[in-house]
Design a protein around this ligand. Sequence first.
Ligand code: ATP
Ligand code: MG
Length: 250
Amino acid sequence: MTDDAEIPEDHPRHDSLVTRHRIEDGVEMGITSQQGLIAQGRGEAFDYLLGERTIPSADDAERAAAAALLAAEHPVLSVNGNVAALVPGELVTLAEATGADLEVNLFNRTAERMQAIADHLREHGAEEVKGLAADAQIPGLSHERAKVDRDGIYEADTVLVPLEDGDRAEALGEMDKTEIVIDLNPLSRSAQVATIPVVDNAVRAVPGITEHARELADADEATLREIVDEFDADAALAAAEDAIRDGDLD
Ligand code: ATP
Ligand code: MG
């Protein structure tokens, strides 16, 4: 296992290298798929162009995401092999801060990987991990890619899906759910179909949403709904695209 501490804190690409090593470790542990490595590479390129920071429109999206999760009757955080490797403890903390369930949901589903991720989340403090029952299906997708838990993603009113495949993001959106997508590419179909697209690195976005959830913990439902309603997804995507195209990388 690569130790985060091996990378000097003052290395100019410190955060990016730590992130990359976590994904490599994820592959070694059987948590992250080989395709996950490719997804990571795509993400890094966009993050570089964004200046590896949470841009203001992404921070607004993280606040709206926190409000949506807190206002939800049944929020679920979908966990794939990349975020399980990158931010397992942070996902458990976000689930606790918002009363959400955690559900393992894989594009390349294998029994071994499902189990390895569920175990990894438990090692990071998760009590209940859904996704292994797989007793329901997202309509409009082929069998393997559609599998979810009935009392989890299937019945959820609000779902957070980090780095989701475009087709699945679209199919979930058609189930009338409030869909929060974390994706560094504002042109990705997943980001485009989201109710709340968060164009930020999952490494920053997940703790960012938690921080907002803590600030909003005592807000009443009307206030939370207003924050969600006022959020403008198209404007957020446009702001992210502008930041990428015009960024001066200071
Ligand atoms: P499309 O959405 O355009 O159909 P895709 O979803 O099939 O493409 P992938 O390469 O599978 O393409 O998707 C990976 C997505 O995840 C990319 O958009 C990439 O920017 C994003 N991504 C990768 N790592 C991270 C990360 N750490 N945080 C946020 N987003 C990430
Ligand atoms: Mg995508």
